[in-house]
Design a protein around this ligand. Structure first.
Ligand SMILES: Nc1ncnc2c1ncn2[C@@H]1O[C@H](COP(=O)(O)OP(=O)(O)OP(=O)(O)O)[C@@H](O)[C@H]1O
Ligand SMILES: [Mg+2]
Length: 556
């Protein structure tokens, strides 16, 4: 009786459990009070319905399987009828009565302070477990820089020896970490730059003397809006950086290879373009030189054929002039003799005098001389044309020679005179030029193209000025017209083969490209300046001693 009174007044929760089924068979009154159940609530229910923490479940499972049930003062938790958890310290005993074995649970509820401590410890252990579960090294400092916490990953990363950790002297731990840096001062400065009470997050990369690379992030640790310290997390980026570096290197190598290939390709392309250009040039040259050669041959042939008859016409004309003078002298002598004759005899000459009068003998005598003179002049002109033709074509002399540029210009002007005369007056402003080493017939072709282009550019009437000049290295020839000019959009294309703005059939667009090629072969250049509506200037510059270099002949 007294026993049960004592037991009822104690705080202890007593439970009797069947070890085979884990069913609750008896509960002490204080037990029912503390847990908030009635006896009926609990009788027959498995103990795991109310001891339901994970560790309790493991324990009871072991007991059911016949494991050792005896434990002393072990923390456990009970699920109360109101849903709250009651922490207690329990002892389990196996007792035998009448051949049956029972389990007696004696559980002493923890004091509220103990409960709070236990809860705190559990939170802290959960936190620590979380900390340990991260793959990063975590270090927590307070606002004064004292170490509050760190995880094992942190001490492993830095290789902090156990005895140093055990001593818990922060300065030693920091010094140990600093020893990983070549420039310790820089490291300290860098560390000092992270203010422990700062609101900001930080990130930096640390290069350790052992070759590892750590990435360090830090952020403020707060409690109730107050910064209480700073959390540092360290991750080992060595491998990632190495892979990144490898990738960068590979990328750079790839880029290099691509660049090399591209360079090789563009070189090939340039070579192809160049050889294509040369081929085109050669083709045009061929075309033009064929044209030139046939014009030249024709001109030379015509000149040659005309030259022979002109030779004998000239000589005959000379003789004819002499004969005419002689005949006129004889006739004058006859007239003189007639006056000395007897008048009756003179009558016989009257029909002669009448004939002379009717035929206007006096005029005939005058005109005869005039005619012969004019014929001679005409013949001279034919001779000049023939000479110009020959000069212009210079057949058989597509060779380098020391030539007079003015002579070439003059013969070319004569050849193209028909094209120019109705369009323009030609003004010459010739300087004094030395002889130039060149292929004269080809230069004449250049001048011809420039002069014809100038004439074509003039609408109505205009002026073509031909200027020349030189310095000690080169001579220049300018063909200036007052024509329509070249629009800026065309200026870069006029030397392109087949570029023409002329009507179909009027221009082939080869004139300037040919001129360009010829001047290039002479190692010279062509410059062009044009103002639409005003006119155009083409300037040909030629080295005096062009290829192949030879001494100029002493006599002309
Ligand atoms: N003096 C100039 N004034 C204005 N335009 C010019 C002049 N010279 C050349 N050009 C322009 O340059 C183009 C090319 O000239 P290029 O001499 O090469 O060919 P083309 O005269 O058209 O034909 P062709 O093959 O018969 O000479 C001309 O069609 C013309 O548009
Ligand atoms: Mg032309």
């Amino acid at each position: 009786m007294h026993d049960s009174l004592l037991l009822d007044q104690s705080r202890e929760i007593l439970l009797l459990v069947d070890p085979a089924t884990l069913a609750i068979c008896e509960v002490s009154k204080p037990g029912l009070r503390q847990l908030g159940y009635t006896l009926e609530d609990l009788l027959g229910r498995p103990i795991t319905d109310i001891e339901c923490a994970l560790s309790d479940l493991f324990f009871w499972d072991e007991v059911r399987q016949g494991g050792n049930a005896n434990i002393t003062d072990t923390e456990c938790s009970y699920l109360c009828s109101n849903g709250q958890i009651l922490l207690a310290s329990k002892t389990v005993l196996r007792v035998e009565k009448d051949g049956t074995s029972w389990l007696v649970i004696r559980a002493e509820p923890l004091e509220p302070r103990q409960q709070a401590e236990s809860e705190l410890a559990s939170i802290s252990s959960r936190l620590q477990a979380t900390l340990e579960a991260t793959a990063e090294g975590i270090l927590l400092l307070d606002r004064e820089g004292n170490i509050l916490n760190m995880n094992q990953c942190f001490s492993r990363m830095w290789g902090i020896p156990d005895e140093l950790l055990a001593r818990r002297v922060d300065a030693e731990a920091f010094a140990f970490m600093a020893s990983f840096f070549a420039d310790q001062e820089a490291y300290q400065r860098n560390l000092a730059a992270i203010h422990l009470d700062s609101d900001l997050e930080s990130f930096d990369t640390l290069e350790l003397t052992d070759g590892r690379i750590f990435e360090r992030r830090s952020r403020p640790a707060r409690h109730a809006e107050q910064i209480i310290g700073r959390v540092f997390s360290f991750s080992d980026a060595t491998e990632r950086k190495a892979i990144e570096q490898q990738l960068l290197n590979q990328n750079a190598r790839l880029e290099e290879v691509v660049q090399q290939r591209t360079a090789a390709l563009s070189q090939q392309l340039a070579a192809l373009t160049e050889s294509n250009r040369k081929l085109e040039e050669a083709q045009f040259q061929l075309l033009q030189s064929e044209k030139l050669a046939s014009i030249g041959q024709l001109a030379a042939g015509v000149a040659h054929e005309i030259n022979n008859p002109i030779g004998f016409i000239n000589s005959n004309l000379g003789t004819l002039g002499d004969y005419v003078e002689s005949l006129l002298a004889i006739d004058a002598a006859y007239a003189q003799a007639q006056h000395a004759l007897d008048p009756s005899v003179q009558l016989a000459f009257e029909p002669v005098s009448a004939l002379k009068t009717s035929l206007d003998y006096a005029f005939m005598v005058d005109d005869l001389r005039q005619l012969i003179k004019e014929s001679r002049d005409g013949l001279e002109r034919v001779k000049t044309i023939v000479r110009d033709l020959k000069d212009f074509a210079r057949v058989g002399s597509a060779e380098w020679a020391w030539a007079d540029i003015h002579q070439g210009l003059e013969s070319t002007l004569n050849i193209v005179w028909n094209e120019l005369k109705y369009k323009a007056t030609v003004e010459r402003e010739y300087g004094t030029l030395p002889r130039v080493h060149c292929i004269p017939s080809q230069l004449n072709q250049v001048f011809m193209n420039l002069l014809v282009n100038a004439a074509h550019a003039i609408e109505g009437q205009g002026v073509i000025r031909v200027r020349t000049g030189c310095n000690d290295k080169q001579v220049w020839v300018e063909v200036i017209d007052t024509g329509i000019g070249i629009p800026p959009k065309n200026i870069n294309r006029i030397f392109d083969p087949f570029f023409t703005t002329k009507a179909l059939g009027k221009g082939t667009g080869l004139g300037l490209s040919l001129a360009w090629g010829i001047v290039q072969r002479h190692r010279g250049s062509i410059e062009v300046q044009s103002e639409p509506g005003k006119g155009t200037t083409f300037k040909v510059l030629l080295p005096i001693g062009g290829e192949p270099a030879e001494a100029p002949p002493s006599s002309q």
